[in-house]
Design a protein around this ligand. Structure first.
Ligand code: NAP
Length: 350
């Protein structure tokens, strides 16, 4: 056991988004640091992850989690260090990632609910355990490989390309021998896609006609459209699908702030049938049996200098609500994180 302070902070749900997420949807509270009981361990949070689905956690649980009540600690994944343990498999000093919640210290019993994994690699910063070498990276890699069934020589288009998941898809597709085009919301993001994130070309959906530009940049059509945003951008991608093309429905952030009746209605859905194509949604935790293989491949590419990653890190626990809002305004570039604390026991790899 190392010294822990007497009290710590947590962000709780104070009101529901209507429809935008605002800072006053959350309240910062303080309370005593919990003590681990038998079979439990205490985690000191180092980094917390922000994800677009969190707005749905605040409303109805997104069909994934129990709806949050007012006063409940906001849910979310993070990386932390074990600072006290009465659990046989987790020792003081272990670096773990899992469901820590928006709090500086959290208890876990290591049961499946917490999806707690040990960080074993010491080659990349611990933040990558909730980025390129964690669920975000697995989503990009397994979405393309398992769901998209990507083959060398194919053409891939990725929406939300400069976000957390999208920023990984460029090099994954390139390393698998594909041509890859990204769609993002600013000139700066488009430059980054091509200069740093492995994309062959980029489309700015705010200033360009996406459907026309996909046609110009993908002269042989689109084999896989990896969609993070939904709506009109998805429709534009479907318009260019090749015979036996695949649409990977990863996310639909453009619809997350809309009510059911206001959702975008697709014009080009008939192209799916015409092209004998398919559209597959997936939930990354259903592919848990593939996480180890995904991590190994991504880490191998990183070690070989064939995969870079992009993080957008805000400093300080008090930034959590602002960091979440950045996802919906498009301010984040790469994986949005908050650094909560520096590790006490382990030097962080750089
Ligand atoms: N299927 C799964 O199991 C799974 C797992 C993880 C994540 N996801 C989903 O994958 C997607 C990407 O997740 P992430 O964590 O990496 O988030 P992210 O892409 O970093 O999300 C934020 C980005 O979304 C874009 N965006 C925001 N509003 C938009 C709109 N109305 N239209 C188009 N783009 C918009 C913005 O980029 P621009 O500036 O380019 O607009 C923003 O920077 C999300 O939809 C998430 O829910 C799914």
């Amino acid at each position: 056991m190392i010294d822990v302070p007497a009290s710590c902070r947590r962000w709780v749900l104070a009101s529901r988004p209507a429809p935008d997420v605002r800072e006053d949807n959350f309240r910062l509270e303080s309370g005593p640091v919990p003590k681990p009981g038998p079979g439990q361990f205490l985690v000191r949070t180092l980094y917390l992850s922000l994800a677009p689905v969190m707005r749905m956690y605040m409303l109805d649980g997104a069909g994934i989690e129990k709806p949050l009540e007012f006063g409940d600690t906001m849910r979310g994944r993070g990386v932390g260090e074990v600072v006290a343990s009465r659990h046989p498999d987790f020792a003081v000093g272990d670096i773990v990632h899992g469901k820590l919640g928006w709090q500086e210290y959290s208890l876990s019993d290591g049961s499946p609910y917490f999806m707690m994994y040990k960080v074993r690699q010491r080659v990349a910063p611990f933040s990558t355990a909730i980025g390129v070498l964690g669920i975000t990276g697995y989503t990009g890699y397994l979405g393309l490989v398992d769901i998209g069934r990507l083959k060398a020589g194919e053409t891939v288009v990725v929406s939300g390309a400069a976000g957390g998941v999208g920023s990984i898809c460029g090099y994954v597709a390139r390393n698998l021998g594909c041509r890859v085009v990204g769609i993002a919301g600013s000139e700066a993001k488009c430059r980054l896609l091509v200069e740093r994130l492995g994309y062959d070309a980029a489309i700015n959906y705010r200033s360009e006609d996406v459907e026309a530009r996909i046609g110009e940049l993908c002269l042989k059509g689109v084999d896989v459209f990896f969609d993070n945003v939904g709506g009109a951008i998805l429709d534009a991608g479907v318009a260019h699908l090749n015979r036996y093309g695949r649409v990977v429905l990863c996310g639909r952030i453009s619809g997350y702030l809309k009510e059911d009746g206001e959702q975008y209605r697709m014009r080009n859905w008939w192209r799916i049938g015409k092209q004998r194509a398919c559209m597959d949604a997936f939930f990354i935790y259903d592919l848990e049996h593939r996480f180890a293989a995904a991590e190994e491949q991504l880490a191998t590419w990183i070690a070989a200098g064939r995969l870079s990653w992009q993080e957008d890190v805000l400093e300080g626990f008090e930034q959590m609500p602002r960091a979440l809002m950045r996802l919906y305004s498009g301010d984040n570039i790469g994986k949005q994180l908050v650094r909560v604390a520096q590790p006490l026991m382990m030097l962080e790899p750089r």
